[in-house]
Design a protein around this ligand. Structure first.
Ligand SMILES: [Zn+2]
Length: 44
């Protein structure tokens, strides 16, 4: 069973921020767990 790369990415679960539950867009250069909004809250 060969799965095309497109199908593979489509079936990946969406990344959700554990802080606010907002679905985040995948960022290849970023492995942050939280969305930009929650991260900015933590930065003082
Ligand atoms: Zn968040």
């Amino acid at each position: 069973m060969i799965q095309s790369p497109v199908e593979f990415f489509r079936t990946l679960p969406k990344k959700v921020c554990p802080e606010c539950g907002q679905v985040m867009q995948e960022q290849a250069e970023s492995y942050l767990m939280e969305c930009d909004r929650c991260l900015s809250k933590k930065v003082e």
